[in-house]
Structure formats: C-alpha cells, structure tokens
Write a protein that binds this ligand. Structure first.
Ligand code: MN
Length: 638
C-alpha cells in the first residue's frame, strides 16, 4: 500500500519535473521562463530533490513490496472454455499498461554484442559443428556417457557466440531500471565439464553484472572425476561469484534444486539446466514481471541446441504448457492476444520444466518443491498448480531465450527405487487436483493403489495460503485444455472393422509402425481373428487402429496418393476424415480425395471421388450415424 502511493506520488512529481525540464530544454514557452526564471529554477530544484529522495527511498524499501491486485478481488464467473478477462487484466499490469510508470532503460550491452559478432571458430555464431571422421572412437565413448556429442562440445569455445533469434520487437524493448538481483541454480549429475562451463559462461557473459548475485552449481553426488577437483579448480581460477554445492548422497533432481535454493542469497531464484546457453539480454525480461509482482513466475523460451552438432535453433515461436490426463506434458496454441504482441509475456498454465525465475520469497512461501517428490517427475505440475492456485501468476517471456541440449537418450541407469514417477504424480494429484484426480486415475488405474506417503505438510501449505480449488484453475487458467485434452474422451464416431463394399475385404494395418502403408485382407471375422482390423473413427476425427495412437495420414492430393500410418497429432489437418453416410465414402477434406482400393493388388490409396465407384464404398462395423451426419455437415477443422 505504502509503496503504491509513494510510486503514484513519484509519478506525479516526475510528470511535473519532466514537463518543466523539457520546457527548459526545448525552448517551448521561453517567454514564460524569462518572466519566471527564478520560480522555475526553484521548482526544478525542489522536484529534483523530491525525485532523488523518492528513488532512494524506493530502492531502499525493497523492490518486492509492490504487491498486485489479487485475482480474487473482483472475480468473474465464466463458462469454461472462454479466456478469463480477469487474467488478461493481470497481464496488462505486467505489460505496464495500468501500473504507474517506472523508469526504464535499454539493458543491451552493445559492446559485448559487437565483440561476439566478430567471433569465429568451431560452432561460433550458433552454427553446426561437424567432427572429422577420424575421431569416431572417442566420440562414441563420450556420446554413450552423455547422450549427446560431448566431443564436439569440447572442440567449441566455452564462450562461443550464438544466434540472436529473438523476435525483432525484442530488440527495442526497454526494461525497468531497478531490477532485483538473481541467484542462478544449476543442478547437475555427472554433467560433461565443457557443457556445464559453457552454461555458466553464457550466464555471466550475457547478464548485467550488477544483477547476478551468484551462480550455484549444485552437484547431485556426481561420480565422474571431472565433476570433482577439476571443476573446483576451474571455478576457483576463473570465477568470483560461482559456488559449487554438493549433495552428500544421490538426491535426485528435485531435492538437488531445493539444496541449491537454500544456498541462494539473491532476490530472485533462476533455476536452469546444466547444458544450456543463455541468449542475448535474457535476464531483464525474466526479472521485470517479478519486479512488478513478486508472485509472478517467469519462464524463458527454450531453444534447441542440437545434440549432434550443437547448432542453435528455435523449436517454435511459443505455446502454452498443459497436460493430458495421463499427466504427459502437452502444449496449447497461443491466444490471439499474444500473437498480436509477440514480445510481451503471456500466461502459461504449466511450466515446461527446469528453466524458470521465481522470487525467493514466493518460492519459500509456497514451501519450495514438495520435498516428498523423489528423483524427478511431477515437480513442474506441483509448482505450476501451486503458483496459480495460491494467488500467483506464471508467464512466458518471449524475449528471454535459452538454448537447451535435448539429449538423444538418457545416459543414466534407472535409480532402482520403483515407480517414483507414479508416486510423485499421485502426490501432486492428491494435494492439488481435487475431484479432477479421478480423471487421472481413470486413465492410469494403478495409481489408485500407489501409496503417496505422508501428505500432511503439503495439505497444510494449501490450507495456510488459502489456495483456490483445482476447478478454478481449470475454468480460469487452463480454460481451453479440455477442448484439446478432454478428461473424458468423447465416444468415437464409428468403430470396428472397415469393410470395402466392392471387394468385401477389410482394411488391415497388421500392427505396422509409422510411415508404413497397409492393404486389404480377408475380413478376420470370416477367417478367425488374424491381423489388425479393429479401428476407431475417433472424436479427433482421425482414423486409427483401436487402442493405438497411430493414424491414417494423407499428405498428397494426386490420384492414387498413398495412405500411411503416422503418429496421431490430434490437430486434424492431413489426418482429418469425413464419412458420407449415403455414398459410403471416406472423404479427406484437405486433399478432396476419397479412400479407394485395387481389388487385384489389394492396395489402398486416395483417388478423386466417384459416387459410382464400388471400390470407394466402405462400411464401418459400428457407426454412430447421427454423429457421422452431423460431423459431415460441420466445418472441416475446429
Ligand atoms: Mn536437460
């Protein structure tokens, strides 16, 4: 409250001050100045003093006490599925549209940027680096141990330059002049030394020095030699604000992050991975939304560092995080509002994982991570639900980009402690998801019998912070999630065998995999159950073998276009079919073709639709005729 009114006072003062000052500068109303020079100078001196003392006060009070309006103040009841105007209001606050004006500055370090642009060598400027063929043995060994091409990493400078692939709007963006300080927490286990050190350099070289309190390398009981003395020596010799903290036994990712957080002394905690590279000016966009509201959590855009050749590239231009009801991480498309403002933070229902910034106060108010979560898994949901339900906000900041090596494979053995992921998920579902937990158990029945351990402490945090129910989160934050990932799958439009009228043969996909074609076979009912002939024309409007997530896919539109099996993407497009009930045709709207076959070769393909052709007529064993007709009349895509 106090800070709020102080800010407003400051703004008024600043407004008067800047008007007076610009008049003096630009000679507008000079005659007034001559007449009242003395008064004006007095005015200027007074307001300068006011500003100076105000800023001093503001800075010394604490940046974080600028508390926001909470979501609950004027709650709007909404039908699920509509974006919540209340949320948008909060983001306008983050966008600084309704907040008092704070002084901003351009945080780019142009000297450093220019110097980086001149760098040349292997992998420089984020380019792909290909090893020469004669190092294959060494390469293979390091690959096995790391799940990425660590030998290539060793040949690339620890301080290489990478491509600035931010949206052009980011280049002009200014951020407030006073930002909180940050402690970086990097948990690692047997990380390759050069990728670990490159992560550290990318932070220190591309963040303003005054904002970095420290980098805390948190060792989850590594066994590799290079992670021990050689790391300590390097850190001692090259850095002044990098600490190595070590776990006494193997703790897993979650408790290792907690251990790092306990050693942090900066105002904001920034959790990162141990094989990343931070891009130009990544830090101010992460800190500003937190300075505006200490309960805001900010995630960077995560780019891809190629595991084979270390090329730096974008994975996409942003999406919102979500989950399906087996608790797999999924993504939702951006809202129209954020497409129009590509450099502005947007609400994110679920964080992608290990890369995010959170104020230290808010992290510990939330109780950190649930320390009962073991090894890894579920922690991104736990923290995301907790942040939203307990009065916080989470955004993605498109102008903060950090590259990450997605490994080709996991090089670590299974920790051998049973189904820790299932147990973690059960803890999260039990503490945060209320009646929606039931949908998770319906998809993963064995979770019902998992013992989640003691939940008293976690439930007490929820009670103490007076957190909202999960139904609120679903209605207001993840409002469009059920459209893409419905908790109860709607029934299919048709199922069973698909029989061709002209040949009296059935489609048989024979349990084939991706990119494979399939043919007609004698219907298994008549022959006694061979092959794979049970299908679902699913609510996604695709056709798939029953209980599999592989779909009929057509990507050409010429006669005899092949139909292949491809991972179901659920986004319709080239996997979208319609059924013409009267004509018995299986129609593919995007290509405008109909499913056809050759009675001789038994091949299946797409052909221009011909209502008289018997080979284009198909019958589903169990059609829902009403639903099929309704679907045929509807637009092709949702
Ligand atoms: Mn990683």
């Amino acid at each position: 409250m106090y800070t709020d009114s102080l800010l407003r006072l400051l703004n008024v003062a600043f407004y008067i001050y800047s008007r007076t000052f610009s008049n003096v500068l630009f000679g507008v109303e000079v005659s007034i100045m001559r007449r009242n020079t003395v008064t004006l100078i007095k005015y200027a001196i007074c307001s300068t003093a006011l500003i100076a003392s105000g800023l001093f006060l503001l800075h010394s009070i604490h940046w974080m006490k600028i508390h926001p309006k909470s979501l609950s103040q004027d709650e709007v009841k909404l039908e699920p599925g509509q974006p919540n105007p209340n949320l948008i209001k909060v983001f306008e606050e983050i966008l600084d549209k309704t907040r008092p004006v704070v002084e901003k500055k351009d945080w780019h370090d142009y000297k450093a940027i220019e110097a980086e642009q001149a760098q040349q060598g292997p992998g420089e400027q984020g380019k792909a680096f290909v090893l020469s063929g004669d190092e294959i043995d060494k390469k293979n060994e390091l690959y096995r141990n790391n799940g990425f091409n660590a030998l290539a990493s060793d040949k690339i400078s620890l301080q290489r330059a990478i491509k600035d692939i931010r949206h052009p709007d980011c280049l002009q963006k200014k951020y407030q002049k006073f930002l909180p300080t940050a402690s970086f927490i990097i948990p690692f286990h047997n990380e390759h030394l050069s990728t670990l050190l490159r992560s550290v350099y990318s932070i220190l070289n591309r963040a303003p020095k005054e904002l970095v309190t420290e980098v805390i390398l948190t060792d989850d009981h590594s066994t590799k030699d290079e992670c021990k003395q050689p790391l300590d020596d390097y850190v001692k010799e090259h850095f002044t604000n990098v600490k190595v903290v070590r776990a006494e036994k193997r703790e897993g990712l979650i408790r290792t992050r907690l251990l790092g957080a306990k050693h942090a002394t900066g105002e904001v905690l920034i959790f990162l991975d141990s094989h990343i590279e931070c891009n130009i000016n990544f830090l101010p966009p992460l800190l500003e939304p937190i300075a505006a509201n200490y309960r805001t959590v900010v995630c960077p855009f995560i780019d891809v560092i190629d595991y084979e050749n270390f090329e730096y590239r974008a994975q996409d231009e942003g999406a919102r995080g979500a989950f399906d009801w087996e608790l797999y991480y999924k993504r939702l498309p951006l809202l129209e509002e954020s497409k129009k403002n590509p450099a502005e933070p947007f609400a994110n229902p679920v964080m992608a994982g290990g890369l995010f910034a959170i104020s230290k106060d808010w992290f510990w108010e939330l109780g950190g991570y649930d320390p009962g979560l073991d090894i890894w898994g579920g922690e991104q949901y736990e923290l995301s639900f907790k942040i939203w339900q307990c009065g916080g906000t989470m955004v993605d900041a498109p102008c903060s980009r950090i590259g990450h090596i997605y490994r080709k494979f996991a090089p670590f053995p299974n920790p051998g402690v049973g189904d820790f992921v299932g147990r973690n998920y059960k803890r999260v579902a039990e503490v945060w998801m209320d009646e929606y937990a039931e949908y998770v158990y319906n998809h993963r029945a064995y979770y019902r019998n998992i013992d989640p351990g003691d939940l008293t402490e976690q439930k007490a945090i929820r009670q103490k912070l007076n957190c909202k129910p999960f139904s609120w989160y679903m209605a207001e934050v993840a409002f469009d999630l059920p459209k893409f990932y419905p908790p109860v799958e709607p029934p299919p439009l048709a199922e069973g065998e698909i029989r061709n009228t002209g040949t009296n043969l059935c489609i048989d996909t024979k349990y084939k995999g991706g990119n494979e074609r399939f043919k007609l076979e004698t219907c298994s009912k008549e022959e006694g159950g061979r092959g794979e002939q049970q299908f679902e024309f699913s609510w996604h409007k695709d056709i798939r073998p029953k209980n599999r997530k592989i779909c009929f896919d057509v990507s050409q539109s010429n006669p005899k276009s092949p139909v292949i099996l491809f991972d179901c993407h659920g986004m319709q497009g080239n996997q979208r079919f319609k059924y013409r009930v009267e004509a018995q045709q299986i129609f593919h709207p995007i290509s405008g073709l109909c499913l056809d076959c050759d009675p001789e070769t038994k091949e299946i393909y797409m052909n221009p639709c011909d209502p008289k052709s018997k080979t284009q007529q198909w019958q589903f064993e169990k059609p829902d005729l009403e639903a099929l007709k309704k679907d045929y009349a509807s637009p092709a895509d949702r």
